[in-house]
Design a binder for this molecule. Structure first.
Ligand code: ZN
Length: 205
């Protein structure tokens, strides 16, 4: 992660301080007292499922150029998690999804890269994805067809294998995990009824 060295407001050199009542250090400006907060970025994506196949794209950009991953990317301002995931899927694979059809699947704290990774799942009848500008290819893969030795990110293999098992058994969970240096910890919460989650939407529609 790049570090900001100069104040975004007045251009004075920033320095690290320990703020009152807080643990850890903040980057602060000694001139205008602006504090440059550094917080994890949110990555959203979706496991798009067609029958027993999962949609993946081959990355046309760094990091991991040429390697495969389910569509995902940084959440933008003004977007809900679902909207962000739907946008990433559309941009990278051309597949259109209804945001309200998305079901939470994986929530991972990537401590070392200062990211939170939120992966939904959704079913689609679409079978002809089209790669967007950030992808070389977009394809649906059955378990035996996945390019297992060309996956983009650490931890991805484990989640894909889990997802294929869940698809086969028609029993899904929400997986909450934490990856820190070489340590991996996961808790799984079975979802007993997908439709109940949909009915739980609050507010007007
Ligand atoms: Zn300043």
């Amino acid at each position: 992660v790049d570090e900001v060295n100069y104040c975004l407001r007045c251009g004075t050199k920033l320095h690290r301080i320990t703020a009152l009542n807080e643990t850890g250090q903040r980057l602060a400006c000694s001139s205008c007292h602006f504090i440059h907060y550094e917080n994890p970025k949110i990555i959203v994506g979706c496991l798009v499922i067609n029958g027993n196949r999962i949609l993946m794209c081959q990355r046309a950009i760094e990091p991991s150029h040429g390697l495969w991953t389910p569509p995902a990317g940084f959440l933008e301002n003004q977007e809900s998690l679902e909207m962000g995931a739907v946008r990433e899927v559309r941009e990278e694979t051309g597949v259109l999804l209804d945001p309200e059809s998305l079901i939470p699947h994986v929530i991972t704290s990537l401590i070392d890269c200062q990211q939170v990774y939120i992966l939904f799942r959704a079913n689609t009848g679409s079978s002809t994805p089209a790669a967007g500008p950030e992808s070389l290819k977009a394809e649906f893969f059955a378990r035996s067809e996945v390019p297992w030795d060309q996956l983009a990110f650490r931890g991805m293999r484990q989640y894909l294998e889990l997802a294929f098992e869940e698809i086969q058994n028609e029993r899904f969970s929400i997986h909450v995990s934490k990856i820190e240096s070489t340590r991996f910890r996961r808790r799984s919460f079975p979802v007993s009824d997908d439709n109940r989650a949909k009915a739980g939407f609050l507010g007007s529609s």
